[in-house]
Every structure is written in structure tokens, then in C-alpha cells.
Write a protein that binds this ligand. Structure first.
Ligand SMILES: Nc1ncnc2c1ncn2[C@@H]1O[C@H](COP(=O)(O)OP(=O)(O)O)[C@@H](O)[C@H]1O
Ligand SMILES: [Mg+2]
Length: 368
């Protein structure tokens, strides 16, 4: 894709979609490395619930443009990129310190400063794309946790990329997010479908999970008993994050070069304890008591996906009244809707964690 852009062809951007712990961030980092090694300019940002897209983008684009500026003789396109960024910043009214603001240029008044992001961001991307083209450089914008963008920001991003593609400029997006990201395109939906692929990332199939465990161990001159491997694959269900954790604990516990089922069993207690204290716990601690009850009600009926009506029934709340709570949980990235009326956890094995943490649970709501 990078090569296609470099020679002035178009390349379809992509958004990797998957649950927590499947390897999205690892993948984006890999793309960044590949881009760097190919002489491209990667710009890596992580979306955030409390931050707008301009807030996240401006510091990185400023750095990028200043770097392009230093890359050779004075370039009109690069200088213009800096001026447009400057006016963009005044349009979206970002508050930065003086030093951060300094771009060494005056704003191009009247360009990208209307304050309407869907108009201003495409203008900014166009200017950045032209600056990159002037330096024969491919820019890769990497965005992790894309689901945290607001519908407005996502829509502006799509329109901005659309503008770049229309002008065959060397700028692309590689992003990753939870499944809710697919529904975020809002009214720019038809553009989004043409602009992006949404490759799914999921748990590894058993043969790949086994290879992920075996290869590093073989390098150290050890091996797994086959029933030990089967047990790890069963417990982890092939999710990369869990494979890593079980592999780590099992390796530390095993005393001989043949790793046995008993080692895995002993490692499981430690692995679960560590996951409960970190991977699961950080997500749980961000929830309100009502949100915890909603998720615990889901866990009551198993891993899911669950019908929203069934969850409402366990909670004893009318389904009409449960919408805002469900939306808040989707926004926080805890659950998503795999299909209309269905609700599922974004964190694999979260139902088991909830039942471990809250073994006995009763709905706090009175039956309505
Ligand atoms: N290709 C990979 N090689 C090695 N480990 C991986 C790979 N992909 C995922 N992992 C493991 O899974 C963990 C979670 O991956 P991460 O990229 O953070 O997931 P996500 O961003 O999808 O939540 C990593 O910390 C690592 O332990
Ligand atoms: Mg991640």
C-alpha cells in the first residue's frame, strides 16, 4: 500500500476491528515500524474519550510539517501547510501554550478556520497531503482506539481522507478499534465504505495459538506436552493477550524442558489472578455501580451475545428504560452490538471475571 502511494496510485486505508487483547495495538506498531523503514512518515495517535480529534492531531501534524520543512530547500507547499495548520488551530479554538503554537508562519486567514470541522479538516489534510507530495514522502496516520472518536470527528476524518484520495495525495489512514467503530461513520457512511477496508482481528485458530506457544519455547530448547498445549488453548480460547499470560506463567513454573499439563494447571491460578488485577480490573474500575449491575446481569446468562430484552429481564428494568445505560457502556468500550438488539462484551472472558469478582449477585432494581 505504501509503495502504491509513493508512485502516485491510490491505496485503500484500513481500520482493523476486534475485541480487546486481540493484537490491534501490536499490529499498528508493526505498521508504524514498516512505514518508518520504508522511509514514510508515520503519525501515531491514540483516540481518547475526553479529547477531540483536532486536539490529538494538531501536535503531531505540527511536528510532521516542521520535519517536512527541514527536509530540503524552502518549499511553498510545505510553508503553506504550516500556514493552513495555523489557521486551522484558530478555527477550532484550541488552547495551546505559546511555544506549542509557534510555527514560524502567519495563518492563512480564511482557510480551514471556519470552525466547522467537516469543512476545515479536509482543507487541512489537503494541504498536508500536498506538502508531503512536494517532498515525495508518504504520510501514514495511525489512530488507535478509533471507537473513542465522536460521530462528528469521525465524519470529518472520513471527509478529509476522501478529499485526499480524490487528489491522489500520498496520505493514508491505518486505524484500529473495537467493533463499535464500524457504526460510527454516521452520515459519511457511503464514503467510509469506499474509503476503508475493515479487516477483522479475532482470536487465533487453535493451530496458530499452538504455534504462538511452541515457537518461542522451541527457541529455548524446550517443548510442551500436547495435553498442556490443548489445555492452554482451551482456557485462553486463542486470545493473544491470554496466550501471552498463560505462556509466561507456565514457562516460569515449569522445572523441566518438557512442559506438562500440571505446570499449566499451576500457572492458571497465577494467570487468572494477574489478569483479574490488571487487564480486567482497570476496565471494571471505570464503571459506575449501575453499569456494573448491567454487565453482571449479562454475565449471569453467560458469555453472550445476549438479547437486550433478556438482560433487561434479569435486571428487572423495562427494556425501554435501559437504553441510556447500554449506550454509556458502548461509549466506554465495554460492550457492543454485534447485530440489532444483541449485546456482547468487548473484553473476552469478561463474564467469567464478573462472576469471580461478584460471585453472588441480585438485581438492585425492584421488579417493574
Ligand atoms: N503478533 C503478536 N505477537 C506477539 N504477541 C502478540 C501479538 N498480538 C498480540 N499479542 C499479545 O497480545 C497482547 C494484546 O495485544 P494488543 O495489541 O494490546 O491488543 P488490542 O490492542 O487488540 O487490545 C499483547 O500485549 C501481546 O502480549
Ligand atoms: Mg489496543
Amino acid at each position: 500500500m505504501l509503495e502504491r502511494l509513493r508512485v502516485g496510485r491510490s491505496a485503500k486505508s484500513f481500520i482493523a476491528v476486534g475485541l480487546r487483547g486481540v493484537g490491534k495495538t501490536v499490529l499498528l506498531n508493526r505498521v508504524r515500524d514498516l512505514a518508518e523503514r520504508a522511509g514514510c512518515k508515520p503519525v501515531f495517535i491514540e483516540a481518547h474519550e475526553q479529547k477531540s480529534l483536532p486536539e490529538l492531531l494538531v501536535p503531531s501534524l505540527r511536528e510532521l510539517l516542521l520535519e517536512l520543512d527541514r527536509l530540503g530547500a524552502v518549499s511553498d507547499q510545505v510553508k503553506r501547510g504550516l500556514r493552513v495548520l495555523r489557521s486551522f488551530m484558530s478555527g477550532v479554538k484550541l488552547r495551546y501554550g505559546e511555544a506549542e503554537l509557534s510555527l514560524g508562519v502567519d495563518p492563512e486567514v480564511g482557510t480551514a478556520d471556519s470552525g466547522d470541522l467537516e469543512a476545515d479538516l479536509p482543507t487541512l489534510f489537503l494541504a498536508v497531503g500536498k506538502a508531503a507530495a512536494a517532498r515525495s514522502v508518504v504520510v501514514v496516520i495511525l489512530i488507535d482506539e478509533l471507537q473513542y472518536l465522536s460521530v462528528r470527528d469521525m465524519s470529518a476524518l472520513i471527509m478529509a481522507l476522501h478529499r485526499v484520495v480524490q487528489n491522489s495525495l500520498p496520505l493514508m489512514l491505518v486505524a484500529a478499534g473495537l467493533p463499535q467503530v464500524v457504526g460510527l461513520s454516521g452520515r459519511s457512511k457511503s464514503y467510509a465504505e469506499r474509503l476503508f477496508d475493515f479487516p477483522p482481528l479475532d482470536a487465533l485458530p487453535p493451530e496458530d495459538a499452538i504455534r504462538a506457544l511452541e515457537l518461542p519455547v522451541e527457541k529455548e530448547g524446550a517443548q510442551f506436552d500436547s495435553d498442556a498445549l490443548i489445555e492452554i488453548v482451551r482456557i485462553t480460547q486463542g486470545y493473544p493477550y491470554f496466550l501471552q499470560e498463560w505462556g509466561y506463567q507456565t514457562w516460569n513454573i515449569a522445572r523441566s524442558n518438557l512442559i506438562k499439563l500440571t505446570d499449566v494447571r499451576a500457572a492458571s491460578d497465577l494467570a487468572i489472578k494477574r489478569l483479574d488485577e490488571s487487564f480486567f480490573r482497570v476496565r471494571f474500575d471505570r464503571l459506575t455501580p449501575r453499569e456494573k449491575d448491567y454487565l453482571r446481569a449479562m454475565a449471569e446468562i453467560g458469555p453472550g451475545p445476549h438479547r437486550s430484552g433478556d438482560i433487561a429481564e434479569i435486571l428487572g428494568i423495562r427494556i425501554q428504560n435501559i437504553g441510556p445505560l447500554r449506550s454509556a457502556l458502548i461509549h466506554k468500550g465495554m460492550i457492543y452490538s454485534p447485530s440489532h438488539g444483541d449485546t456482547a462484551f468487548t473484553v473476552p472472558l469478561f463474564d467469567e471475571f464478573l462472576r469471580r469478582t461478584i460471585p453472588v449477585w441480585q438485581t438492585p432494581y425492584k421488579k417493574q
